[in-house]
Design a protein around this ligand. Sequence first.
Ligand SMILES: [Zn+2]
Length: 239
Amino acid sequence: MNPTLLSRNEFESKSFQRTNGQCIIPWCEKDAVDAHHIIERELWDNGGYYLQNAANVCSTHHYDAEEDYIPPQAFWDWHNVTPHTPSGYGIHIDKWGNNFNHPPNQFTQLDIGHLPFSSDWSGSENDFQELSRLTELPLILIPLESSTLEFKTIEQQTYLTDSSELPLAAYNHTYDVWLSWPETTGAMRQIQEVQYDEEYEFYTDLREHVAKLDHGNGVLIRAKYPFHHSQFLDRLALY
Ligand SMILES: [Zn+2]
């Protein structure tokens, strides 16, 4: 069945009904104030007012969705809708229709870049030359228990872990996104009791904070929000 094109008012009211007016971000307790176009309205020849293209968001999360900090795939997953994209576009795109690389069939090790003030910074291809592609995002800082990172499948769920199996990111194979940090810790808790001393969310003073957290095995810095697999090297960094 083809999705139904809605009026602008229906788009908002029918969308809000789905979550009783709540913001769809799993850890947000605010009311939704906007029905966000998951894929930008200008890319549709009819405005894209489909329920499948609406995401209920509070003002903070609407801003971050417009800035493309939250990928369309995460909204499709959270709202549990079949993705609907403008004609000529697949599902591996950002809000503005730019293509994400097609995800791999199999994970190979990715060389996560180091922060410019990390002692392991070498200026190699993936290392961060400056911080601007990270610091506007809400970040989570995780002190590592071992410095070797790997992809691991535990009970059919793929994780990025350190060798002590500390989960750093969990993968959603349906949408090829790495889940948000709260969802990652939630997925891991279903398998085993996981204790975190603290979650870290900083926008500034990154250098000072990571240095303080480092127990000697480094610190992983990751986006709190979910990200598409092809954004992996832009959303994770090592200190
Ligand atoms: Zn919100």
